[in-house]
Design a protein around this ligand. Structure first.
Ligand code: FAD
Length: 475
């Protein structure tokens, strides 16, 4: 499968110089825009959201620039000891993926540096010490990574340009829309009408012709692990191994075994029908564009499934990025539409019974065996089925003192246990479930007001609830 993908790249662009790079993927963030060619240290790709070597528009852009200037290329990752509420589970997955990045970079004569500490401190210092002439970074819509980029722009030497490439979305976020979109229906055509331009095959990243990484020291991964100060109580899961190769295996298994079921069975947590790709997509270890290109090859066999997958992996995913980028309140109730905020206000005083504490929820101690089983799945496997995620979050609204608390707890539990947590999709998933984002008003009822309601009976009609409870053991 890996060589099949490489063949596709070579077919599309045997020569990286000849490849027509879409310039709108790129924006210059600094006042300096020309590369400082006296700086012989070459070009740096500051890797953050998109932690992969191949199928990465930011790294491809950096290599093209370095080749044009006949200079070396370095990939830099800045590791912080703590990131929001990421746990050891997340750090192991991330560092495992980066180890593969280091190996692949070495094979391509690209140096890889893991800098310990925040980018704003370590990156400008590295740029100075190594005489770097230009920095390329990837793009993330969330608050903290955006702040990192802003701080780095200010801290870099004035004559070193910082250029950003959206390597995560198929259609670059700033090309799709300049504003917060109301719902999938308002963004769908804006994305789909640009796919012929942007949903193209990637050229391969090639062996770099300048510089020599052979004699250089590798990363001290033990030191990296030692500097972590995250929550160590939540450890790695077995089913998802980190890195690009494991991600490709997951994609291959999905295409050949599960895709056929995707259309009919994607809302059935007992059917193994989903891709399970979100951990690798979240950490940027595989490109969503690659997943879509591969799945699209099955359109003749499983048309409805392939199309449904593209809707999720392109439209829904890119809608989540759009929301988080254009709405600074993407994770609190101030970010809701007025109808949703007002309806939750109207029902703020409605009696909640039962009403659970965070501890009771975390330990799966509710009266609802389905909910408890879903929570157990989250804790044990670092993942919850997409359909149950909606039910799970809506029940938290029903069982906590206020909508604010419901949102806080759902984000906290999702981000603590789910391997794909702290993602725009997660904030939007919680805001959809609890605050009706990208949804419409429904029949009014207690606590929820006009927010869409889901219940146990509805789940029973959709899938074998008992079998799910048996599998995960919720009481
Ligand atoms: P598949 O169904 O195989 O879909 C393929 C890809 O499409 C996914 O990996 C994802 O990137 C994208 N996708 C699918 N559904 C959605 C959706 N509804 N919105 C946006 N993108 C989507 N997704 C996360 O990536 N991280 C989260 O932390 C997260 N938290 C969620 C919390 C709640 C309360 C809800 C309701 C949803 C959440 N989602 C989250 C969205 C969705 O449930 C997951 O993306 C999906 O379950 C991941 O499993 P999969 O890769 O097998 O998905």
């Amino acid at each position: 499968f890996l060589s099949h993908i490489q063949e596709q790249r070579l077919k599309a662009a045997p020569n990286i110089h000849e490849f027509a790079f879409r310039k709108k993927r790129v924006r210059v963030l600094s006042s300096a825009s020309d590369v400082n060619e006296q700086y012989k240290g070459g070009v740096v790709y500051w890797m953050s959201r998109d932690a992969r070597v191949q199928d990465n528009w930011a790294l491809l852009f950096a290599q093209r620039l370095a080749l044009k200037l006949e200079l070396p290329l370095t990939v830099v990752y800045c590791l912080v000891p703590k990131f929001l509420n990421a746990t050891l589970r997340h750090y192991k997955f991330m560092l495992g993926g980066l180890q593969e990045v280091e190996r692949q970079c070495r094979e391509l004569n690209i140096s890889f540096k893991l800098l310990l500490g925040p980018a704003v401190e370590r990156l400008p210092q590295f740029v100075n010490d190594e005489q770097i002439g230009a920095v390329i970074c990837d793009f993330a819509p969330l608050r903290l990574p955006r702040q990192w980029v802003e701080d780095v722009v200010k801290a870099l030497p004035a004559n070193v340009p910082l250029t950003q490439v959206d390597a995560h979305n198929v259609v670059p976020l700033w090309v799709t829309s300049e504003k917060q979109e109301y719902a999938a229906r308002t963004i769908r055509n804006k994305i789909n009408s640009k796919l012929s331009e942007y949903l193209t095959e990637f050229p391969p990243l090639i062996k770099h012709a300048h510089g020599n990484v052979k004699g250089s020291h590798g990363v001290d991964w033990t030191a990296a692990h030692k500097m972590l100060s995250c929550d160590m109580s939540v450890d790695a899961v077995e089913w998802a191994q980190p890195g690009y190769t494991s991600a490709c295996k997951q994609l291959y298994d999905f295409c050949t075994r599960r895709l056929r079921l995707f259309y009919d069975k994607r809302n059935d947590p007992m059917a193994d029908a989903l891709s399970g790709l979100s951990p690798w997509l979240h950490f940027g270890q595989i490109s969503a564009q690659r997943c879509v290109l591969e799945v699209s090859r099955y359109k003749t066999l499983f048309k409805a499934s392939a199309e449904a997958f593209c809707e999720e992996a392109i439209v829904r995913r890119e809608l989540a990025d759009n929301f988080c980028y254009y709405n600074e309140h993407y994770d609190n109730l101030k970010g809701l539409h007025s109808w949703a905020y007002e309806t939750l206000q109207t029902h703020r005083k409605d009696k909640r019974s039962p009403c659970y504490t965070l501890e009771e929820l975390e330990q799966s101690r509710t009266y609802d065996d389905l909910w408890n089983s879903a929570q157990l799945q989250l804790v044990k496997e670092g993942k919850m089925h997409g359909f149950l995620r909606m039910y799970w979050a809506k029940k938290i609204l029903e069982w906590t003192e206020t909508p604010e608390q419901a949102l806080e707890y759902s984000i906290l539990l999702n981000d603590k246990y789910s391997l794909d947590g702290r993602d725009p999709n997660g904030y939007v998933g919680c805001m959809w479930s609890i605050g009706g984002i990208h949804d419409q008003g429904w029949k009014e009822r207690a606590i929820f007001g006009k927010i869409r309601y889901m219940n146990y009976q509805g789940c029973k009609r959709k899938f074998d609830v008992n079998a799910f409870v048996m599998r995960y053991g919720g009481k």
